[in-house]
Design a protein around this ligand. Structure first.
Ligand SMILES: N[C@@H](CCC(=O)N[C@@H](CS)C(=O)NCC(=O)O)C(=O)O
Length: 211
């Protein structure tokens, strides 16, 4: 398999964690999201993912999967161990709720393309854009702080899809200097996850394209 990735992309970070947890070998192909006007917009990459975003996962069959949650679910289905979702339906819904706060409510408002639109098209000042970013992370983290637990991971004793989505978002929040003092449970989950080799190897700073 081949993963089109960018070291700082939190959606690609999710996919890297998932691949590592399943122990599936995968070549990393960097797509630089800001160099040359964004390599994701080049015709070569457009042909792989018409949405011009990372990650994209090319399977050994040649099929291409896009959208990190779709590819993570696919990996969970083809390689069931360790499972990313609990066996119990109620517990599964709770895991998905946490994952979706990150992937559907926080990340789309704060990803590169949204922030670039605020700056380049709507001509907002950088301070306003930073305030926008902080606002949506803090709103989401307030809910997550109340929802996660019991320790050590986001939903108890086993790593789940919730952790796979949460840890990259925390990385992103730190990079944009969001204060995390009000979120001790989130920070504790981050500490627990980053002790695991699958998470550690997926970290942005441990990628071949890290800057
Ligand atoms: N919902 C998508 C989000 C993918 C996404 O937005 N990726 C960002 C990086 S985190 C991207 O490629 N942005 C390209 C751009 O900003 O032009 C997923 O989960 O895969």
């Amino acid at each position: 398999m081949k993963l089109y990735t960018y070291f700082r992309s939190s959606a690609a970070y999710r996919a890297r964690i998932a691949l590592n947890l399943k122990g599936l070998p995968c070549d990393m192909v960097p797509v630089h999201l800001t160099r040359d006007g964004g390599q994701q917009h080049k015709p070569e990459y457009h042909a792989i993912n018409p949405q011009e975003r990372v990650p994209a996962l090319v399977l050994s069959s040649g099929d291409v999967l896009t959208q990190s949650l779709a590819m993570i679910e696919y990996l969970d289905e083809i390689a069931p161990e360790p499972p990313f979702l609990p066996a119990d339906a109620l517990a599964r819904a709770k895991v998905r709720a946490i994952a979706q706060i990150v992937a559907c409510d926080i990340h789309p408002l704060n990803n590169l393309i949204s922030l670039q639109y605020l700056k380049r098209t709507l001509k907002h000042e950088q301070a306003e854009i930073d305030a926008w970013y902080h606002h949506w992370v803090i709103e989401g983290f307030k809910a997550l702080e109340a929802m996660i637990g019991p320790a050590p991971y986001a939903c108890g004793a086993h790593v789940t899809l919730a952790d796979i989505c949460l840890i990259p978002q925390v990385f992103n929040a730190r990079r944009l200097k969001v204060p995390l003092d009000a979120f001790p449970k989130i920070v504790a989950v981050e500490t627990a996850c980053l002790k695991l080799p699958a998470f550690d190897r997926a970290r942005p700073e441990n990628q071949p394209d890290a800057e």
